[in-house]
Design a protein around this ligand. Structure first.
Ligand SMILES: O=C(O)COP(=O)(O)O
Ligand SMILES: [Mg+2]
Length: 234
């Protein structure tokens, strides 16, 4: 039986250009008002997520920085399982490598990050993976479609979701998780029901139990409508 919804943000409750889908926000509020646990899970920073949670109206339970950080409620302990040191060291190697090719890597919100490193997609993520492999850098490269992230290899939205579920007194099987990108794969696999909106790339769609017909925020709404009765039959 499903008791909670864990949702990705960019590409799942937004459109392709990252503009929020206001009907998806309404769907989230319907769940919150019905007493369903709603967790927002993203590659974004904690401060970004706090603003989003406040304005959507959730209790502030978040997975942030692709699982590098998580917290139950606005007032909960901020857990930081991710090791940012390995990510920063790897980023320096990448920055020097790509500078040699005349490409400047642009960090995103570095001063607000505790666990991972995020930078602009002005280079091919596969080229980043090649440099990481050639230099034996101990990090994972995640392409979210909105940014490239470097992550501690033992950490994902899936590991954070399991730990958070324990803190919330929930089983992973009681969670409906929804996402759109490769940074969501472990989370979709760990959840009782994993959903990939239709815009998700193939590896993410194959990690999901179900794929709606619609993409982006419309796929999110389609999913909430499909699983709403299950979420309520508690
Ligand atoms: O921060 C990103 O790059 C994407 O964030 P998301 O996990 O909400 O899609
Ligand atoms: Mg996403």
């Amino acid at each position: 039986m499903l008791k909670a919804l864990v949702s990705d943000v960019d590409g799942t409750i937004t459109d392709r250009r990252r503009r929020i889908n206001t009907d998806a926000i309404e769907a989230l509020r319907t769940l919150v008002d019905a007493g369903i646990e709603v967790v927002l899970a993203s590659g974004n920073t904690v401060c970004f997520m706090d603003g989003l949670c406040k304005m959507v109206g959730t209790d502030g339970t978040i997975i942030s920085e692709n699982g590098g950080v998580y917290r139950r409620g606005f007032g909960g302990t901020l857990h930081i399982p991710g090791d940012q040191k390995v990510c920063l060291e790897a980023f320096e190697v990448l920055r020097d490598h790509f500078a040699g090719e005349g490409v400047r890597l642009e960090l995103f919100s570095a001063q607000y990050r505790f666990a991972d490193v995020a930078f602009a997609r002005n280079i091919d993520p596969d080229d980043v993976r090649t440099v990481v492999r050639d230099h034996h850098l101990p990090v994972r490269v995640l392409d979210t479609g909105f940014a490239i992230h470097l992550q501690d290899p033992g950490v994902s939205k899936g590991t954070a979701m399991r730990d958070l579920a324990r803190e919330m007194g929930l089983l992973p099987d009681e969670i409906l998780a929804i996402g759109d990108s490769e940074n969501d794969i472990e989370m979709l696999k760990a959840a009782g029901v994993g959903v990939a909106v239709a815009n998700a790339p193939e590896p993410t769609r194959s990690a999901a139990d179900w794929v709606p017909r619609e993409s982006y925020g419309d796929g999110f709404i389609e999913t909430v409508k499909k699983y709403y009765p299950d979420l309520f039959s508690r």
